[in-house]
Design a protein around this ligand. Structure first.
Ligand code: ADP
Ligand code: MG
Length: 297
């Protein structure tokens, strides 16, 4: 895979310090601290609405979130000052909880453009895609479809993992990679990510509800996010403790409940025909490159 970029060759640090962020005037993240090094796997678990996806989106630069304080740096560079594509370029990768369908764009074109944008030769991308599909047991016929179009939920997650394998970022943010996956697909994706931590020193922030993901993707650190702050951190035992006792057992009913922002009931904006990206949108038309343009139509 020479020719495919390799920023993930270890020695990188992603630092989140006192990160506070909100949307629509409501504070969701209330001071998050996390330090990820190359090769490490950090699991982030937490009740629904605790801010897990918000954390991943703010690190990757989804439009519409307001950063209220704190910092995110990658090897000392100010991530929050970068556009989303600059963050990708710098070595960050987000595997979406709900992968986006992109009609009219082939997977190969997408990945070749991404590799070329970093100044590398994209000549090996087609071979890398086939090799990754084989590792993930993803039907090669699906590779010819426009990105994610008409794929099952599990195939979309494999497709996200395939992109991660080809692009070799320094850090991957996995937002519920395990949701919608059957047991075999979960194992294939988790194993592939675990291998990347060893082969190219990938650092991982894995948002998950289920310790099962962590059977194959071995967490070095487990963090519990509640009401926008990390309230517990520990080793893999913490995931097992959570599995046995639940959030209420571990945190008590106050912290384990959904944050009050959830109680107001305004979830992320849904896409409409007029606003196909459906984001909370600071830019005209939402402008949210993270949203599924076809969802909800
Ligand atoms: P989690 O991923 O932990 O389930 P989220 O980060 O998706 O939680 O959401 C945290 C809180 O922020 C929830 O109360 C949610 O309703 C709210 N929220 C997230 N995104 C938006 C948005 N775009 N507009 C309004 N509220 C939002
Ligand atoms: Mg979420």
């Amino acid at each position: 895979m020479s020719g495919v970029r390799t920023p993930g060759s270890s020695g990188h640090v992603l630092e989140v310090r006192g990160l506070r962020a909100g949307v629509a005037g409501r504070e969701i993240l209330r001071g998050v601290d996390l330090t990820l090094h190359s090769g490490e796997v950090h699991a982030v678990m937490g009740p629904n609405g605790s801010g897990k996806s918000t954390l991943a989106h703010v690190i990757m630069g989804r439009p519409g979130y307001e950063v209220l304080g704190g910092s995110v740096t990658l090897d000392g560079a100010d991530v929050l000052a970068m556009t989303p594509w600059q963050r990708a370029h710098a070595g960050l990768f987000l595997a979406l909880q709900y992968p986006t369908e992109v009609p009219g764009v082939s997977l190969q074109d997408l990945l070749e453009s991404a590799v070329r944008a970093t100044g590398h030769d994209a000549g090996d991308v087609a071979a890398a895609i086939r090799a990754e599909a084989e590792r993930l047991a993803l039907d090669p016929q699906l590779l010819d479809r426009p990105v994610n179009v008409d794929l099952s939920g599990g195939e979309k997650k494999k497709n996200e993992t395939l992109q991660l394998g080809v692009l070799r970022p320094a850090f991957a943010l996995l937002d519920e990679l395990d949701s919608g996956l059957d047991i075999d697909a979960l194992r294939a994706c988790a194993r592939r990510v675990e291998a990347a931590t060893e082969e190219s020193g990938l650092g991982v922030l894995a948002i998950t509800h289920y310790p099962r993901l962590l059977h194959e993707l071995r967490a070095d650190h487990v963090h519990v996010l509640a009401k926008g702050a990390i309230v517990r951190s520990g080793g893999p035992d913490l995931a097992r403790e959570l599995d046995e006792n639940g959030y209420v057992g571990l945190l008590g009913p106050d912290l384990a409940g959904e944050s009050e922002t959830a109680a107001v009931g305004a979830g992320p904006a849904r896409p409409t025909i007029d606003d196909p990206f459906g984001g909370p949108g600071t830019s005209p038309g939402g402008g949210d490159p993270f949203a599924d343009p076809l969802a909800g139509l």
